[in-house]
Design a protein around this ligand. Sequence first.
Ligand SMILES: NC(=O)c1ccc[n+]([C@@H]2O[C@H](COP(=O)([O-])OP(=O)(O)OC[C@H]3O[C@@H](n4cnc5c(N)ncnc54)[C@H](OP(=O)(O)O)[C@@H]3O)[C@@H](O)[C@H]2O)c1
Length: 336
Amino acid sequence: MSIFWGILGAGKIAERQMAPAIAQAHDQQLVAVMRRDLDQAQQFAAKHGAARVYTAVEALLADAEVNAVYVATPPYLHADHVIQAAEQGKHVLCEKPMALNTAQAQLMIDACRANHVQLMICYYQRYNARHQQIKRLLDAQAIGQVTSLRVNFSDYFPPQPGFWHHDPAISGGGPLMDLGIHCIDLVRYLGGPIVEVCALVDTLIAPSPVEDTATLLLKLANGAQAVVTSHWSTAIFDPNQANGLEIAGTHGSIQAAPIQAKDSSGTLRLLTAEGGQDFSVAPGGQRPHVALLEDFAKALTNGTPVPVSGEEGMAGLAVIEAAYASARTGMRVKVG
Ligand SMILES: NC(=O)c1ccc[n+]([C@@H]2O[C@H](COP(=O)([O-])OP(=O)(O)OC[C@H]3O[C@@H](n4cnc5c(N)ncnc54)[C@H](OP(=O)(O)O)[C@@H]3O)[C@@H](O)[C@H]2O)c1
């Protein structure tokens, strides 16, 4: 099935990642973009070859050629935009975090189900070729029983004018909602469901209504333990240290970094009693956003469920809600 995309929220991520990925993906085309600023919408459309521009959400959703919508507006708008898109019969790819909370996420899932459209969440980390290789290694028991996972995705990002990320009414939270959501999804993808959380969530470097430093201890359904760190308070100039993952089990360990590579490039090392194996990827490898788009199209074509469903998006939010509750109460909190 050919995909004719409309973008709601033609901002930074759409500009840097998704519009170029649509151009590269097989049998997909960007046909319409929407943002409230007409000049900027026109510039975006001209650069990425979209035939039509709109300044209102309803107008883009009324475009008959658009059969799938990429929602990349700020998080507080995701629920409204996904539900509106579903009601107009459009399939949806929604940026992370899926919504401000699980209650909104459930409404989005229900609306897509009721209108017989698919909803996929843009957890692009699952399409990093190195992360897919790790999954194959774990499935093949390469390190035995997995007992420990650590994922860090951090940055230095104090409050500054022009960024909505520090306003919880728009973002839902600080680095946990922005970066930690990817770490949590990676833990779930590679390790399985998360059932319990113990968290420290603090604001350390400047007054802000959202956290800038979060450390989560997670218990998985299979008993394994995980640590997720997600900070906007750390100036780390080595990308391999600023974001990476380590997994260890009864027969060996795996190390990979950086997790946020947009071409899957970076290191991946397996170490067991038999020695080391290097699965590192050179620059120019699989582009996660292109692979994700092609998987989305495959599900639509075959009429099968999308691989990263709304329920997966909601599960990540449930872990974050549990983390905030744990930090508030000082208690371990069960997820969901
Ligand atoms: N997957 C990833 O790695 C990744 C990376 C970055 C961001 N994201 C996510 O992608 C989303 C967008 O982030 P971004 O960095 O691209 O943000 P951004 O640059 O601020 O872009 C947001 C877009 O939404 C539009 N918009 C804002 N308010 C609107 C409204 N009321 N109605 C309709 N459109 C509106 C803005 O255009 P106008 O102001 O002209 O309307 C702009 O085009 C967020 O959920 C973010 O977490 C994901």
